[in-house]
Design a protein around this ligand. Structure first.
Ligand code: ZN
Length: 354
């Protein structure tokens, strides 16, 4: 297992609340599974694609690589995606959020409500997110508040009181009572934010909106980085790349990189009409390929695709040359010099290590 040279242990998190001792037979081979629970890029909808999210599982043959289950982001439809791969929401050990944008969080509400209905007896799920982050304009991005108020609409509508009257074994405060909030302070360098047995999760802040963080999971079976919507610290050219320096630091030597992606065809040098500031804050498929080559990664999983494959338009903007295909994305990555395995994300696509 590769570890970072400098990885201070974030106090108190060494043993996570829901860290379970998972039964693995002594000689069983360790394995890891990475599943894209949703690949839609941003708030639009397209052909039923689920919102952004990645499930990382670790274990061995005896438990189908699923002794530990970690969910990274939970856009709309995450609960359905998890059910499609046979993962009950009550079995998630921890949920990690990259940033407080609805396309990465709105699925959490239904996920936690379902867990409250049938899992009020516990265990709580660890909810790992950046500590409150203030923008230069004064507004605050708060994962803490998201968790605290996750059931508010159903509390205010009276549903919670009605359900509790039927079954007083449910937790009185609603789904918020089932979330163990583990907010980590500013992380300009990788810090361990969650661990259980052989599994360690590190985080680093990266640029997109205040509080945006990228994660890395290290296990004896391999390692994966979840970049989220990270972009370069310089918001626009001239710069050497659109990708994030922080993600690159986190991803050094990682086996797999999962990252949000924009296709270069949407750039201002083409005639899509797509707003340049939004284009520039995403990582392009070509620059991700170049980054994955530099980090020595074997697999690059593109997700949160802008535009989606097969889409005739990206919202109101045209796609120069017409709808994109899997080959359009793969060749854009290869143009960055990456010769490893490119996975162009579709919902439920899964990669297993080793
Ligand atoms: Zn997004």
């Amino acid at each position: 297992m590769r570890l970072f040279r400098k990885m201070p242990l974030f106090v108190g998190l060494a043993v996570a609340a829901s860290a379970l001792s998972y039964g693995s037979s002594a000689n069983a081979a360790a394995c890891m599974k990475i599943t894209l629970t949703g690949t839609q890029g941003g708030p639009p909808v397209f052909k039923g694609q689920a919102g952004a999210g990645t499930l990382v599982q670790y274990g061995d043959d005896s438990n189908k690589c699923g002794a530990i289950k970690l969910q990274f982001d939970a856009g709309r439809g995450t609960t359905q995606s998890l059910s499609s791969v046979g993962v009950p929401v009550g079995k998630l050990n921890a949920i990690f959020v990259t940033h407080m944008h609805s396309d990465h969080t709105e699925g959490l509400t239904e996920l936690m409500q379902l867990r409250w209905h049938f899992g009020s007896g516990g265990p709580k799920v660890d909810f790992v997110v950046s500590e409150d982050a203030k923008s230069p304009r004064g507004h605050v991005l708060s994962g803490r508040n998201f968790a605290k108020h996750i059931g508010d609409a159903l509390i205010k509508s009276g549903e919670m009181a009605q359900r509790l009257a039927e079954n007083p074994k449910r937790l009185p405060g609603g789904p918020a009572d089932l979330m163990n909030v583990m907010a980590f302070p500013k992380a300009p360098e990788p810090v361990v934010v969650w661990s259980s047995g052989d599994v360690k999760v590190s985080a680093i802040n990266s640029r997109h909106i205040p509080g945006h963080s990228s994660y890395r999971v290290d296990t004896p079976a391999g390692s994966v980085v979840i970049g989220g919507d990270a972009g370069n610290d310089k918001p626009k050219p001239p710069r050497s790349s659109s990708t994030s320096q922080s993600v690159e630091k986190l991803a050094l030597g990682a086996d797999v990189i999962v990252h949000s992606t924009i296709h270069p065809v949407m750039g201002p040098d083409k005639d899509s009409g797509f707003p340049p500031p939004i284009y520039f804050r995403q990582s392009t498929a070509t620059d991700l390929g170049a980054m994955a080559k530099r980090t020595g990664s074997k697999h690059l999983m593109l997700t949160h695709l802008i535009p989606p494959m097969g889409a005739p338009r990206q919202g109101p903007y045209k796609i120069p040359g017409g709808a994109l295909t899997e080959a359009s994305y793969t060749s854009a990555v290869n143009a960055g010099g990456f010769t490893g395995n490119v996975v162009v994300g579709t919902d439920l696509k899964t990669l297993q290590l080793p």
